[in-house]
Design a protein around this ligand. Structure first.
Ligand code: NAD
Length: 292
């Protein structure tokens, strides 16, 4: 089997750009596709900023930074993935969006290319079934922010073959990440545990038990969490949080996963957290300001 040299990334949002960053820094060529060139340009701007920060802290050299940037290119369409050995989908957490991407991308891929998804919650087996290669399809769940977080959850679909798992595992290890293997259950392990806690924090706010600041302070200082749950929700993206809760609610058919109506309302308002400059905090000023 050919070693992995080139990686395609679909989606240049928070996660796609983070994945491209670590993959390029580890010596692989990376082609990024998104709906517009503007999204790609914004991603390269963020990657440049983050690589510069790493270089200024002495974690990488200037040469490594420049070499990584030189390996990243724009794939205007899926033809740009025709020489990729692996394509990682990191588009919006919406099953319809992901299915459409897989159907469209498959005809352009090399027969032995691996297709991976960074989904936070959706069934790997079900997504794999929309492709022409369920045996070469895998869940590769990076954490946010990708350059900082050490874990990658790896999830096999029912059809994923051993060679795909082994090649994917080797690639992820070569990025300096630690792997935790999860069975293909809704939201896997990290989000199965984390998201109900975040949803409960939103209920705590909704029911008036505490303010945004009180809830986050309580969990930071009372449970020794590095970040409060509402701050973390803003960081993840409230749309992504809601999608994960919906997958848990529907996939496990248990009312304990019911998304909090306040979370639904925030998403309906377009208050998606840091990425839209407003969520449980307002990010337009110098300091994030709690909104409730
Ligand atoms: N945010 C997190 O903390 C986190 C952590 C782990 C995994 N994930 C998962 O990563 C994926 C992306 O999340 P994100 O936080 O980067 O979201 P995001 O909203 O920041 O970015 C999504 C990107 O996908 C692009 N996109 C949408 N449809 C597309 C299409 N058809 N073709 C190409 N690009 C398309 C959007 O333009 C956007 O740039 C989701 O599946 C999410 O569940 C997110």
């Amino acid at each position: 089997m050919e070693p992995i040299r080139k990686v395609g990334v679909v989606g240049a949002g928070q996660m796609g750009r983070g994945i491209a960053h670590v993959v390029a820094l580890s010596g692989y060529d990376v082609a990024i596709n998104d709906l517009s060139k503007e999204a790609y340009d914004a991603a390269v701007g963020a990657i440049t900023k983050n690589l510069t920060r790493q270089a200024s802290k002495g974690k990488i050299t200037e040469d490594e930074k420049n070499a990584a940037l030189g390996r990243i290119s724009f794939a205007e369409n899926y033809e740009g993935f025709s020489d990729a050995d692996l394509v990682i989908e990191a588009a919006t957490e919406d099953e319809t969006v992901k299915r459409k991407i897989f159907v469209a991308v498959c005809p352009f891929l090399k027969p032995d290319a691996i297709l991976a998804t960074n989904t936070s919650s959706i069934s790997i087996t079900r997504l794999a079934a929309t492709t022409d290669r369920p045996e070469r399809f895998i869940g590769m769940h990076f954490m946010n922010p990708v350059p900082v977080m050490e874990l990658v959850e790896m999830i096999r679909g029912i059809a994923t073959d051993d060679a795909t798992f082994a090649r994917s595992r080797e690639l992820v290890s070569s990025l300096g990440k630690t792997i935790a293997v999860s069975e293909d259950f809704p939201a896997f392990m990290v989000n199965r545990i984390l998201l109900p806690m975040i949803n409960e924090a939103v209920y705590t706010l909704y029911e008036g038990v505490g303010s945004v600041d009180a809830i986050d302070t309580a969990m930071r200082l009372g449970a020794n969490h590095p970040m409060g749950p509402l701050q973390l929700a803003d960081f993840i993206g409230l749309d992504t949080c809601l999608s994960i809760m919906q997958v848990l609610y529907e996939g496990l058919a248990d009312s304990k996963y019911r998304p909090c109506p306040l979370l639904v309302k925030y998403v309906e308002a377009g208050w998606l957290g840091r990425k839209s400059n407003r969520g449980f905090y307002d990010y337009r000023g110098d300091e994030p300001m709690p909104t409730r």
